[in-house]
Design a protein around this ligand. Structure first.
Ligand code: FES
Length: 81
């Protein structure tokens, strides 16, 4: 089981982390990944000034925004699944 952590800290919430959770839920459903990938909330990852805090299997992704998040997560998943 792989894990995607999404920061639910206040700065990321303002930037749309709750919307990202919904987008990601849909993505995992559409790609039949629900039994391979789990989603978790996490505390601040120190990315507040750079973008949204997202970790895939413990690896912090850089420069994540609501617009590019799914693409960045997909790239990362393609490398590990
Ligand atoms: S609040 Fe999300 S990285 Fe700081």
């Amino acid at each position: 089981m792989h894990t995607i952590e999404i920061c639910v800290g206040s700065s990321c919430f303002v930037k749309g982390s709750n919307e990202l959770v919904e987008l990601l839920k849909k993505y995992l459903e559409e790609h039949d990944l629900e039994d391979k990938v789990q989603m978790k909330g996490a505390f601040c990852m120190g990315q507040c000034s750079k973008g949204l805090g997202v970790r895939v299997d413990g690896k912090l992704l850089e420069g994540v925004t609501l617009m590019n998040a799914i693409e960045k997560i997909e790239n990362e998943l393609n490398m590990i699944i």
